[in-house]
Design a protein around this ligand. Sequence first.
Ligand code: PA5
Length: 444
Amino acid sequence: MLNVRLFQMKSFIPMPYEEALAPRLKIADQWLQSGSGKGGEFTGWVNLPRDYDREEFDRIRAAAKKIQSDSKALVVIGIGGSYLGARGVIECLCSPNYNLKKKDTPNVYFVGNGLSGDALYEVMELIGGQDFSVNVISKSGTTTEPAVAFRFFRERLVEKYGAAGADRRIYATTDKARGALKSLADRQGWETFVVPDEVGGRYSVLTAVGLLPIAVCGVDISGLMAGAAEMMEVCRRGGSDCPAWRYAAARFQLYHTGKKVEILGSFDPSFRFMAEWWKQLYGESEGKEGKGIFPASVEFTADLHSMGQYIQQGERILFETVVRMGPSGHPMAVPRDESDGDGLNFLAGRDMDFIRDRAMEGTLLAHSEGGVPNLIVETEDKSPRSLGQLIYFFEYACGLSGYLLGVNPFDQPGVESYKKNMFALLGKPGYEELAGQLKARLEN
Ligand code: PA5
């Protein structure tokens, strides 16, 4: 079971910190459990691992099988919460090099998560003449980046398979009733999956948003849900043994001692996109009303040779959370070299995990000595079950953290500002007045 350890924390925060915060944590926990806190209408993810729609889950598995059988590639179109979780899980459990591997499941390409023409063009080139399907994901059904990308890939599908053939290869994950994407899907007869009303984008990886692309890659999505359900039970019990309580309490205390930036680190490069997912989850949930810990991420040991300098000796506003997902699947012992020209025979026969673990201990000691407190999040292994636990743990701790901070952890009003400006500058009808003001400002 997932565990949170505080590494030599005594010199950074008063102990026992949970007791000091227990009354506030209890209230935050009650708000999450009852949906009675700020943004409570978006706490549908709290019981999702138990209450998820089994009929839809079976349809997700059936759709994944169909895509595996008729496509060499799946184009996943979405941004933010409609993208990062699926990519995080796929890279973590299958590999960041998933598309390059020999396998009997389709390649997966993520598009619509930016506005680069080159990126779109490249994916079209990579797919070439291969059979492909599209999973377009947008809760609102109106987000510009995925909507634009979808136009390109839909046109490609129609060219290749004809209008009716294209309709059989498009899977739309969106609101159950509202939005342009839902209307289009109904009109065209695309298979649709639902982003539940009460689950916000960044908490939606365990809905069809994440599960369909993840299942297409052959990951055991039942295992993912089972792990999340286990952690859900742990969080329901709460208390000082609950890892989400411990994590939320520690980071809250650290924030109030001036540690304004949390860096999430892992010694496993496959964790990179899980860290991106985590950054969105915490950044969008906490960063508002002039408050919030800034979430950043690093990849160890690579970043020890770049960001390591800042972490060790820069502004003392950092704390670090290291995620450790059990031993590697492939033991790799360092070869012996009789000439020992590189002087590395002291490591001969040692497994890479052994070396990594010593590097991790050395890093934690150095960073905490340098004034950067450390939290360690450990899972038993790198399996769907453990990742399900980790996802739910981070989500629950995020909800608690937002409430401890006094903000609504489920809205993102700040995301709208750039959208309004972009629409105005692109000439979207209805934004004429703003367009005039913005153009005048750009000219100054
Ligand atoms: O967390 C969120 O709500 C956002 O990051 C959204 O997921 C993102 O903006 C994409 O929105 P949509 O799914 O409506 O296209």
